[in-house]
Design a protein around this ligand. Structure first.
Ligand code: SAM
Ligand code: SF4
Length: 473
């Protein structure tokens, strides 16, 4: 599997203008924080996907804008927030084990809040299971978060935001960016698809796209703040529908973001195969700033299982989409998500997934064991695959894909790629970055201070998860 994004040291935009920005909040924070211990401070832990990571950046921005200070430990915090994920059961369980820890401190004056998908899914049940929790706010209700925080500040014991009928997107004046090199920018929230295994339409509500002018304004602000790489986010990012009179298509929006002065790289995730059109490939071909990478989850190689999953495409239709991407004038790397052990999945279905991997030669795959989720159509489907068997199937998929990636990466030895440097090793002269294709490139350089620089790297060796090379000076 391609490794997840590193989240390096914290980086603030406009922090200088934030401290004490809101005199009301300082006054009311006295209610939220009556003792000296912890003061006006918050601790925020995030679980799950990039959308969650970016939501947390916005939540942190809301709090910083109200005069709060972010701290690194629970001990130092007055307000403790968990931004949760419920995509698989294990992720959802984690949050209850975190909350369980507070049972030991009944007299503790910390204010505990649960945000995100578990909050939306479990709602009031969280208060029942963990009575010390005082804030529950679902991912579809983040636009209400500032009001909920105000209610807490004015002394309300318990506050809750769980509306899903909102057509609002979560836009903040200030976003605390955790990654100094790649800025996330949400263009569409929620999901209107209805994949039978997936909890997202329930937890994040219906699709809401942001007006193209607002997206472009944020992109310009990011460029002004020094970002050169932007990643556009959405659960189905390419289902974007500009609600403004401009009616920009997703491909047109990509091109417009790429044209913002100072932006050198634009990425987007996650695309849904059904809405993936030729115009996106044409845009990538035409605009060098659009990265050579598409993440297009297939989920299964079996048309029968895809139908049960309600994915709205067949194996053949998916293969056609990839053929369209591979026919581009420049090589575009393709990555995917795969679920094994969906109810009723047979050996033959699994073989179809493995053969799809062989045919498509993906550059990376995130593979998951199917996990039944509440409020989904597949939850009570018959013919559940035993957990142990799911584990065996997962290992087969990962082993096969590892060898594919090894061969693909080895075929790149000798080539030179541009990397945006986003990490430094403790060992002197060792750096890490990403190519336009999103591959990780570890390399050596005699130069210093390369963080944030774009450098040319010659590939000397390769493993399934990264390329290794040297700075081509
Ligand atoms: N919107 C994206 C799409 O349509 O492909 C996926 C977003 S979802 C947050 C990320 C991945 O989690 C999915 O692609 C799927 O592989 C996996 N996933 C979602 N629900 C799952 C479940 N119930 N069990 C296992 N994996 C699941
Ligand atoms: Fe979930 Fe399907 Fe929507 Fe993706 S498209 S978020 S998998 S329901």
């Amino acid at each position: 599997m391609i490794c997840m994004d590193p989240m390096p040291q914290q980086f603030d935009i406009r922090l200088d203008t934030l401290t004490g920005a809101n005199s009301d909040s300082r006054e009311s924070a006295a209610v939220l924080s009556p003792t000296a211990s912890g003061g006006n401070t918050f601790y925020l832990e995030t679980f799950g996907c990039q959308m969650n990571a970016h939501d947390s950046e916005k939540v942190a921005g809301v709090l910083l804008g109200r005069g709060y200070k972010q701290v690194e430990t629970i001990d130092a915090a007055r307000l403790v927030l968990y931004n949760t994920c419920s995509i698989r059961e294990k992720a959802a369980q984690k949050i209850y084990s975190r909350l369980g820890a507070y049972a030991k401190y009944p007299g503790e004056e910390k204010i505990i809040g649960v945000l995100g998908c578990v909050a939306q899914q479990e709602g009031e049940e969280i208060f029942e299971r963990s009575p010390w929790v005082r804030l529950v706010c679902g991912s579809a209700s983040y636009s209400k978060l500032p009001d909920l925080i105000s209610e807490l500040e004015s002394g309300n014991r318990r506050v809750m935001g769980l509306d899903k009928d909102t057509d609002a997107t979560f836009e903040t004046e200030i976003t605390r960016r955790d990654n100094p090199f790649r800025a996330y920018l949400t263009i569409i929230e929620g999901c209107d698809k209805a994949c039978s295994y997936c909890v997202v339409p329930f937890t994040r509500g219906p699709e809401r796209s942001r007006a193209s002018a607002s997206v472009l304004e944020e992109a310009r602000r990011l460029a002004d703040a020094g970002y050169s790489e932007i990643q556009l986010l959405g659960q189905t990012v390419n289902s974007y529908k500009d609600p403004s009179a401009k009616r920009m298509s997703f491909a047109e929006l990509l091109v417009a973001v790429a044209a913002v002065k100072g932006i050198r790289r634009v990425r987007f995730t996650t695309s849904h195969p059904r809405d993936f059109g030729r115009d996106i490939v044409e845009a990538i071909d035409a605009v060098p700033e659009l990265c050579s990478h598409v993440h297009l989850p297939v989920q299964s190689g079996s048309t029968r299982i895809l139908r049960e999953m309600l994915r709205t495409y067949t194996r053949e239709e998916y293969l056609e989409k990839i053929a369209m991407i591979r026919a581009a004038r420049r090589p575009i790397s393709v990555t995917s998500d795969v679920i094994v052990g969906f109810p009723g999945e047979t050996e033959e279905d699994l073989e179809e997934t493995l053969s799809l991997l062989d045919i498509l030669q993906y550059d990376g795959v995130f593979a998951f064991q199917y996990s039944p989720r509440p409020n989904t159509a597949a939850q009570h489907m018959p013919d559940a695959v035993p957990e142990e068997e799911k584990g065996r199937r997962l290992a087969l998929v990962m082993d096969r894909q590892r060898e594919i990636q090894r061969a693909r990466n080895e075929s790149l030895i000798g080539n030179t790629y541009e990397a945006l440097v986003d990490g430094a090793s403790r060992r002197e002269g060792q750096w890490s970055g990403r190519c336009s294709s999103n591959r990780i490139l570890n390399f050596t350089s005699p130069r210093e201070n390369l963080l944030g620089e774009y450098v040319q790297v010659r590939v000397k060796s390769a493993s399934p998860n990264c390329l290794v090379g040297e700075h081509a000076i």
